[in-house]
Write a protein that binds this ligand. Structure first.
Ligand SMILES: *Cc1c(COP(=O)(O)O)cnc(C)c1O
Length: 359
């Protein structure tokens, strides 16, 4: 199978080799060193300030989103949240569950974020802002500079879900003055799922200090205290953390975040150019694309039927959409260990389906 989804994605051979090894005992100086190296490399790739801290939570990316809300926000906050798809919707559900007062900025699927969407909330006493930098469900890459400027003007604390854009599109945590960034092990880090990686700026650290977290397992005070010595309060996904270490060093050796972003951008434009060259019956639905994924609306056949056909008859996974986008949108990812040759195979499959009048 070739995997063109948005996670889990294909891992490099070095990352896979670690997966075949025995999982070591972890309350050791060796594992602590590895964890501190993970922290340092993650901060480097996100351009976080020196006094920021990183933590590694054993949960998927959604667990990282909930952790951020439970540890950094209280009922005294007044939050703004962008909801342009299913991950924005998840933030809305979490804010509702944890009873954080908020206003939702609802965007039509596929639409870019504009200054006019933020203007009504200027000077209205908002204290926090939550958004996906890239709404993976619709493939819309938001203009985060607009949000960052709004937050600076209005004194808002910014929580950014970069889960599907980290290492795919430029992200400068210090310049944006973001309080929290969240990513996951199974997206562009191309490791198995199981770890949410978070960077906490000093503005987040002081919020965490003052906030009571009503979940022991996700309490960032405990995670931060332990990470000081490269440890975690509970048994983490040790194997995945070792794979993350190999992967971060691999990226570092290949030129860091910038080189990885360039590689991903190259694959994305290779695929998008082929779509145009062969005039395939798919429309790109996003006004503002990330390098991570191409969201497509097939004009002649159900998106889900195309997903099934490609899976069952051509041995490849493209990424189906759920909910009301099930039949109208599928996505092709550009993250993980993929090459141009893989995209040639996918394009050949699409051409074959057109030949057979399936699309
Ligand atoms: C994948 C993803 C998540 C987290 O999903 P999990 O399944 O919990 O790992 C959150 N936000 C975005 C934008 C994502 O792409």
């Amino acid at each position: 199978m070739i995997n063109f989804t948005v996670g889990p994605v294909q891992s490099s051979n070095a990352v896979r080799a670690i997966g075949a090894e025995q999982v070591p005992y972890f309350r050791t100086a060796e594992f602590s060193d590895l964890m501190l190296e993970n922290e340092q490399l993650l901060k480097k790739f996100a351009n976080a300030t020196e006094d920021s801290k990183a933590v590694f939570m054993t949960c998927s990316g959604s667990g990282g989103m909930e952790t951020a809300i439970m540890n950094c926000l209280t009922k005294d906050d007044k939050a703004l949240v962008i909801n342009g798809g299913s991950f924005g919707e998840r933030f809305v559900e979490l804010l509702t569950l944890h009873e954080i007062p908020f206003t939702e900025i609802k965007l039509e699927h596929g639409k870019a974020l504009k200054l006019e969407h933020l203007a009504p909330y200027e000077g209205k006493g908002y204290t926090a802002f939550l958004l996906q930098k890239h709404e993976t469900s619709t493939g819309v890459h938001y203009d985060i500079n607009l949000v960052s400027d709004f937050c600076k003007r209005n004194g808002c604390f910014m929580i950014v879900d970069t889960i599907s854009t980290f290492l795919c599109d430029p992200f400068d945590m210090a310049a944006l003055d973001a309080g929290v960034m969240i990513t996951g092990s199974q997206k562009a880090l191309a490791c198995p799922p199981g770890i949410a990686l978070m960077i906490l700026a000093p503005s987040a650290l002081s919020r965490i200090e003052k906030t009571k977290c009503c979940c022991q397992y996700l309490d960032l005070k405990l995670a931060l205290k332990n990470q000081e010595r490269g440890q975690t309060p509970w048994t983490p996904a040790v194997g995945v953390l070792r794979q993350i270490n190999v992967r971060l060093k691999e990226i570092d050796a290949m030129g860091g975040a910038e080189a990885e972003i360039k590689r991903t951008a190259g694959l994305a434009s290779y695929f998008r150019n082929k779509l145009k060259e062969y005039n395939l019956p798919f429309e790109i639905i996003s006004e503002s694309l990330s390098n991570a994924v191409t969201p497509l609306h097939p004009t002649t056949q159900s998106a889900y039927e195309i997903f099934l056909k490609i899976k069952d008859e051509y041995g490849m996974w493209i990424c189906p959409n759920g909910g009301d986008m099930k039949d109208t949108v599928f996505r092709v990812g550009h993250i993980g260990c993929l090459t141009e040759v893989d995209y040639d195979k996918l394009i050949d499959a699409f051409l074959d389906l057109r030949e057979k009048k399936f699309i």
